[in-house]
Design a protein around this ligand. Structure first.
Ligand code: FRU
Length: 537
């Protein structure tokens, strides 16, 4: 396949990366945005404002950055434009949480400067003070990020900043950059401490060379090249935002495999649902080199990799560093957007949200090993009164669940269908005013689909409306789903998180109905639990 196309980024990204950053405000407002702003009232209560997903109070956000836990706080940094609601002036915004659910937005942590924009990267707690930025008693938090230079010549290199006050203030390292290969596309360093070799490892993308590079360092300042990882999957789009971590297999801490996760910026083909999205490889990392283990590929894999999410709005996901050992989870969030239409989402005065935090495991699944994603259990603290539907038989019909009190704009649901003789079973959510978002399981194809073609406002970009389909083998004869529905998104988890579809939607605020359906025969909703969710704001 000709790789040239991969240089053609999405128009939005290309414009932005070319330095077309006249983005200090929205100059052109769509009619939708205008009507949105006229309805906007209190902060965090505006039309489409997510109620349990992190959003900045105002302005543009993209990738999660520098996820790190320190002294009882989860830090969420993110690509942020402090001056407008489109991409530009890239800086690190900052929010903290004590419970992964409620977030407090703090001041911008790392602003752009006259030389560099601050692109994506990671953060660690330097417990042994290897960098010398702190002391053993007060180990520094160190951010490792990409400096993006536009003048005099384009270039990207890796830089450091550190904090000695729990992330409240940051100092850029005076000898930046710490790693410069004189490349135009060299970005998104993810750094972690590799205990067996007692040194830092950096995983970083050579985006338009379709390679991931590994480096090591004793002190975060001096980096030595270790190896490259390449794969035919690179032909789908440019590579960004890698992550690398070991996960227990089937919950057995003594048996681990490594996961190398990479994000595909939109190329001609792009990710599974089109545009940008994530993929991953399961294999081994020996401290120097990552080797994909193709024997772990499940039957549904269509290439050397597996897809992270089958929806269109889960990008640049990275995992938290320094989660305490006694917790032991690997937790990540992704950016709920897609570079195809990222700058056109009809929201103001902010644009984009992060996903709900998800905890990751490797599970034996469909003849191989698959990375499962489960909503973190902390989210249960948002549940209001439980509504239940049991043993509801459906014969070729759609039933509203209004009589059971199941409806809402912010809702968690679990459902188990026994598909019986039906060809398809599923749910319509956020229904009303001839709008619906359809979640349909096809028993014959064994696929799960999310159809947002009638989900509300869809025509702000031609790539937005669509049906996103995931392979989902029927397990034990039942269809089990876990759903999180917010004011402008749906996240669906199937087969215990082996299948995920994450999509933005923009329904009327009045579209709050939930329906269940069976087509082509008789099926039973064995059990459906629903919880309206409290707002985190
Ligand atoms: C991914 C990305 C990164 C880059 C950042 C710039 O969405 O393109 O590769 O560091 O966004 O904002």
């Amino acid at each position: 396949m000709n790789k040239l196309f991969t240089l053609s980024l999405t128009s939005a990204q290309a414009l932005a990366f070319a330095g077309c950053t006249g983005t200090s405000g929205d100059t052109q407002k769509s009619s939708a945005q205008a009507s949105a702003s006229s309805q906007a009232n209190a902060p965090y209560a505006e039309r489409y404002r997510p109620q349990f997903h992190f959003t900045p109070r105002e302005n543009w956000m993209n990738d999660p950055n520098g996820l790190v836990y320190h002294n009882g706080e989860y830090h969420l940094f993110y690509q942020y434009n402090p001056h407008g609601n489109k991409w530009g002036h890239m800086s690190w915004g900052h929010a903290i949480s004590k419970d992964l659910v409620h977030w407090e937005e703090l001041d911008v942590a790392l602003p752009e400067d006259q030389n560099y924009m601050i692109f994506s990267g990671s953060a660690v707690v330097d417990h042994y003070n290897t960098s010398g930025f702190g002391t053993k008693d007060n180990p520094p938090m160190v951010a490792i990020y990409t400096g993006h230079k536009q003048q005099p010549a384009k270039g990207q290199n890796q830089q450091l900043a550190y904090s000695l006050d729990d992330g409240r203030s940051w100092t850029k390292y005076q000898d930046n950059p710490v790693l410069d290969e004189n490349m135009e596309n060299f970005r998104d360093p993810k750094v972690f401490w590799h205990e067996p070799t007692e040194r830092w490892i950096m995983v970083v993308a050579l985006s338009t060379d379709y390679k991931i590079a590994f480096y090591s360092s004793p002190n975060l300042k001096d980096w030595t090249f270790l190896s490259h990882f390449e794969s035919p999957a690179s032909e789908l789009g440019i590579w960004e935002c890698p992550d690398l971590y070991a996960l227990p297999v089937d919950g057995d801490e003594n048996k681990t495999k490594w996961v190398l996760e990479i994000d595909l910026g939109a190329g001609e083909e792009g990710s599974v649902a089109g545009g940008s999205g994530g993929l991953y490889f399961v294999g081994e990392f020996d401290g120097k080199r990552f080797t994909a283990d193709e024997s772990t590929l499940p039957e549904h894999a269509e290439g050397p990799h597996q897809w992270v999410d089958y929806g269109k709005d889960f990008y640049a996901a990275v995992s938290w560093s320094d989660i305490p050992e006694e917790d032991g989870r690997r937790i990540w969030v992704g950016w709920m957007n897609n570079w195809q239409y990222a700058q056109e989402l009809p929201t103001t005065p902010w644009r984009s949200s992060q996903s709900i935090p998800r905890s990751l495991e490797l599970a034996s699944y469909n003849g191989g090993l698959t990375m499962t994603q489960e909503p973190v259990k902390e989210l249960q603290m948002l549940r209001k009164d439980q509504r239940e539907v049991s043993n509801l038989t459906l014969t070729n019909e759609t039933r509203s669940l209004e009589d059971w009190g199941v409806h809402g704009k912010a809702l968690e649901m679990t459902v188990r269908f026994e598909p019986g003789t039906a060809d398809t079973v599923g749910l319509n959510v956020r229904t009303g005013n001839s709008e619906k978002t359809v979640i349909r399981y096809n028993v014959n194809d064994q696929t799960l689909a999310l159809d947002r073609t009638q989900s509300g406002e869809v025509d702000f970009h031609p790539e937005f409306p669509g049906v996103h389909v995931a392979p989902m083998p029927l397990e034990g004869g039942k269809v089990e789903l876990h759903l999180f529905i917010d004011w402008s998104s749906v996240e669906v988890f199937g087969n215990d998180g082996a299948v995920v579809i994450s999509d933005k939607i923009f329904p009327e605020p009045s579209s709050q109905g939930v329906e269940v359906f069976a087509e082509g025969g008789t099926a039973t909703v064995e059990q459906l639990n629903a919880w309206p969710l409290k707002s985190i704001w």
